[in-house]
Ligand binder design. Sequence first.
Ligand code: TXA
Ligand code: MG
Length: 350
Amino acid sequence: MDTEILRPTAPADFERAADFIRSGALVAFPTETVYGLGANGLDAAACARIYEAKGRPSDNPLILHIADLAMADTVAAAVPSVAAHLLTAFAPGPLTVILPKAAHIPDIVTGGLPTVGVRCPDHAAARRFIRTAGVPIAAPSANTSGRPSPTTAAMVHADMAGRIPLILDGGSCRLGVESTIVDCTEEGIVTILRPGAITREMIAAELPHIAVRMDAALTAADEAPRAPGMKYTHYAPRVPLTVYVGAGTDVAAALGEEILRRTAAGERPALIASNETIAALSDIIHAADTYHCGARGNHSAFAACLYDALRHFDDMPVTSLLAEGTGEEGLGRAIMNRLRKASGGAVCFV
Ligand code: TXA
Ligand code: MG
């Protein structure tokens, strides 16, 4: 199968994409977080193709993407008031709410769960694509299962070429990490199942009378996560990754020591770090083996390039990756959640 990359502008471009969706085919599309791998969310056979193209375990449910809030009522059996409040506050935006599913949503979308994840992306081309298709679009991130999520059409192409007919190209995704997932199915409590750009603090500020908690699996390694996808290996680069966290100068010093140690042992480590740390270590590592993630402490810059950084060294003969982590406040929590998973928990506090 040929895979076309199309930058949609004219109505005919969106019609073409919608025709693929109506015929049961897959279309990758941009959102403000990462690229999605879309299918008609009401067509079980089309959704089965998503699992096949990604190599994804079938118990890991898909998110339904909607063009506007009115569409939420067509996919959920009910929209609890807390969920309605969050959608009004943050949608369109990087928020997925877990709701009781409507009876006609195929089991393959929800992995057999009685609930469904619903998200309205803050991306004009994504919403126009969904509206033109006229159905909710089921979409996971458009990567091969286990790999870092794609944030450009070229990254989608690297994983999906030959497997899907069309990639809609919207340039680089603005945010770079997947949506915050919030379970709104329990009375009086909301639970964050996956951290993202809508932070716990932002959610708590909207819901002063509701307990907002993090899923226990996000803080304790031995707890089973309630978002089935959170239990799988994720975002993994091709070579092992170790993450260093601490005060700026301490982290730079620890990374410097580790680079020297590994280089002396005949290895070739690559470094993903802040501009400041890379500048401090420029004498001991080649510029080509470094990836700049912006100024230290600039979480939005770090998030936007995180997955590009994790894929950047794929075709280079480096033997391991070292990365500078960040504090867990605000968006830092989502960044560290992804880095913990990408490194298989190899995080050193210095
Ligand atoms: O930003 C995003 O959310 C991106 C873009 C494309 O919208 N999508 C995305 O999808 O990250 P995916 O499939 O990579 O991650 C969806 C996560 C998985 O961990 C899945 O287990 C969880 O959402 N999930 C989906 N439906 C669920 C449900 N009913 N209950 C609990 N977790 C659910
Ligand atoms: Mg994913």
